[in-house]
Design a protein around this ligand. Structure first.
Ligand SMILES: [Ca+2]
Ligand SMILES: [Ca+2]
Length: 155
């Protein structure tokens, strides 16, 4: 009986490992900074995923992100995951929607670092105005995340 259980456990573990392995293969392709859910785009979903992980950890849960996911999520590279990372991803997403030419998150960060604080605020306002109709949908999405979060973690 014990042996059967062991075999079963091994099979389950093997299946789990295989799953991880096949994930590992695609993980070798490098993901875009900020693409935490690894769907090939950096958007409001990633921002939400980062926010949820941050809140989860903040109320004392162990981190759910893998090392790789953490590296993708820590967009300001300060080795901490917080609402700033989530905010930067959302700002970038809105900016990318507004921009005529494709821009990566790294390029966006490099660009905003060249701006004065005043210019940054101006850019944020402009981006926000532009993206408001689109981010309106994200607002609903965010509410959905919060609801799911509340259900899952009672917070
Ligand atoms: Ca994504
Ligand atoms: Ca960070």
């Amino acid at each position: 009986m014990k042996k059967t259980m062991k075999k079963l456990l091994c099979a389950v573990l093997a299946a789990a490992t295989l799953g991880t392995c096949s994930m590992g293969v695609s993980a070798e392709e490098s993901y875009l900074l900020g693409d935490v859910n690894k769907d090939g785009v950096v958007d409001a979903d990633d921002s939400g995923v980062i926010l949820i992980e941050y809140l989860r950890v903040m109320i004392g849960n162990p981190a759910a992100f893998s090392e790789e996911e953490f590296a993708l999520a820590d967009v300001d590279k300060n080795n901490r995951l917080d609402a700033t990372d989530s905010g930067v991803v959302l700002q970038y997403y809105a900016y990318a929607l507004m921009s005529d030419t494709p821009i990566t998150l790294e390029e966006y960060l490099a660009y905003t670092h060249t701006l004065s604080e005043e210019e940054q605020i101006g850019l944020l306002k402009e981006t926000h105005e532009y993206a408001k109709p689109i981010l309106g949908d994200s607002e609903d999405m965010k509410n959905e995340w919060y609801e799911q979060y509340e259900e899952k973690w009672g917070f």
